[in-house]
Write a protein that binds this ligand. Sequence first.
Ligand SMILES: [Zn+2]
Length: 100
Amino acid sequence: MAGRGTSRSPRMVRGSVVTHRRRCGKPTCRCAGGEQLHESTVLSYSERGRTRFVMLPPAKVAAVQAAVERYRAAQATLEAAGEAGRAELITGLGAARGNR
Ligand SMILES: [Zn+2]
């Protein structure tokens, strides 16, 4: 795949897709009553200890959500492998000690 252009989404994205609901501040707007708030979907992520948001255009939301889920699945697999490796190491160290 060439991967050219900006319409293509990355395979993995670290962050969370969240919906923000807010009032725009115009007294005549439908949101003024506090029930029909404006919704915007954003990618929330932390960078150098600060939480940041980037707006997602509606056409991008599904692809970004899928990429976030792929990242989480890969992260969970990696963590499980690391945990299993450590358990194996500790078991091995214990067996080596026990054999002496
Ligand atoms: Zn409004």
